[in-house]
Ligand binder design. Structure first.
Ligand SMILES: NC(=O)c1ccc[n+]([C@@H]2O[C@H](COP(=O)([O-])OP(=O)(O)OC[C@H]3O[C@@H](n4cnc5c(N)ncnc54)[C@H](O)[C@@H]3O)[C@@H](O)[C@H]2O)c1
Ligand SMILES: [Zn+2]
Ligand SMILES: [Zn+2]
Length: 380
């Protein structure tokens, strides 16, 4: 099969590899119809993770079941399925409590709970930017979808970014009537804004400096704030009579930068502490790393990020963090799509073949104007 392979910083290639096979009786093989490039892939692409050369990329996968192992009973060949990016066993303590993003059994890496496809540190699993994907514990992990190809691009958002944006809003406990500040208008931030509005927020501010992304935020009913033009903290405080928002969502991660492009890993956390009002909550879904050899300051190289914890404490704020447990939300979000209440595909900018992946990575990595979300269709 063809697959997108990570070679070295800023180089991915499309190569021919052996097709995946059923290895465990609980496995399924999925023929991929749509697989997305994610902002998380860019951390690896830029060489800012421990990703090993020859890894197959891709954790946002959708397709049709090709083959099932002997112990699979719920899923059958021909089923159209969304594959959550988390690989979970379904029987450990964390899985039982709904924390499939911290499964205790699927990641053999020392000291790390939770596994994913094609991701640094998240276990030995190939990604789905390929023609076929092996899915472990398939009965537990897969979400079935109506057959056919309706809503393909909306359903493609169910494996990661729509549930991740929704998780950001859930960690921040966004409720009806809340005002919300979302930092980052990448795919995850846009989904966090969409999710906050679905949960009943009255006003959602979205901060970024990429004008095309800010336009998409406005399209879905959020208030765009361009940090290249104004101080986002002042702008949000002014718009809320100096009080701030009830809730805040971090959708940027450790490569946060100032308007000149210089990285400051604490910048967005500091801004959230300032704009969220006393006793408010903050959901952090942007990724932070325990080790980042490429960081600009020595403490951040060891994952020590010096944000304003003193004010955070004094304001009595709460913070929730971590990889999203996709299965907690994907069924309900699927049904909102089918009911016409949610349309996450509004952010899709490009639909390309697998062969076009290397150039798509370049454009998306530069945040070139108009490159918001790239979908690859391996069969195209
Ligand atoms: N927790 C999870 O389960 C999970 C899942 C998917 C992605 N992520 C993470 O979420 C983050 C966002 O993902 P994405 O796909 O949207 O990535 P992205 O890189 O496309 O978007 C990040 C956006 O943040 C903006 N930004 C940079 N500095 C900023 C600042 N100071 N203030 C406001 N905006 C700023 C950038 O301009 C960019 O548009 C990444 O760190 C990604 O790894 C987490
Ligand atoms: Zn992703
Ligand atoms: Zn588990």
């Amino acid at each position: 099969m063809k697959a997108v392979v990570y070679k070295s910083p800023r180089t991915v290639t499309v190569e021919n590899l052996d097709d995946p096979r059923i290895e465990q009786p609980t496995d399924v093989i999925v023929k991929i119809t749509t697989t997305n490039i994610c902002g998380s892939d860019l951390h690896m692409y830029e060489g800012r993770t421990s990703a090993e050369p020859e890894m197959v990329m891709g954790h946002e996968n959708l397709g049709v079941v090709q083959d099932v192992g002997q112990a699979v009973s719920r899923i059958a060949p021909g089923d159209r399925v969304s594959v959550p990016f988390n690989i979970a066993c379904g029987t450990c303590q964390n899985c039982n409590r709904g924390w499939t993003s911290f499964c205790l059994r699927t990641n053999p890496t020392d000291g790390v709970d939770g596994a994913a496809y094609g991701y640094a540190n998240m276990g030995p699993y190939r990604g789905g930017q390929a023609e076929y994907l092996r899915v472990p514990f398939a009965d537990f992990n897969l979400l079935t979808l109506p057959e056919g190809d309706e809503h393909e691009n909306d359903f493609a958002m169910l494996s990661d970014i729509f549930p991740t944006g929704f998780h950001g809003a859930a960690l921040a406990n966004v409720r009806a009537g809340d005002r919300v500040a979302v930092f980052g208008a990448g795919p995850v931030g846009l989904m966090a804004a969409h999710s906050s509005l679905l949960r009943g927020a009255t006003e959602v501010f979205v901060v970024d400096k990429e004008k095309d992304r800010l336009r998409l935020a406005a399209d879905v009913g959020a208030i765009p704030i361009d940090f290249g033009e104004v101080d986002p903290v002042e702008a949000i405080l002014e718009a809320t009579n100096g009080v701030g928002t009830e809730k805040g969502i971090e959708a940027v991660g450790y490569q946060a930068h100032d308007p000149t492009g210089e990285e400051h890993p604490e910048l967005v956390l500091d801004n959230l502490v300032k704009v969220v009002r006393t006793a408010g909550s903050i959901g952090v879904v942007g990724v932070y790393m325990p080790e980042d050899p490429g960081a600009t300051d020595d403490r951040a190289k060891e994952g020590r990020i010096g944000f304003d914890y003193g004010t955070f404490f004094t304001k009595g704020q709460r913070m929730g963090t971590g990889q999203a447990p996709v299965k907690r939300y994907n069924r309900e979000l699927r049904d909102l799509i089918i009911a016409g209440r949610a349309r996450p595909s509004w952010i899709v900018s490009h639909e390309l073949s697998l062969d076009e992946a290397p150039s798509a990575y370049e454009h998306f990595d530069r945040r070139d104007d108009g490159w918001t979300k790239v979908l690859l269709h391996p069969a195209a």
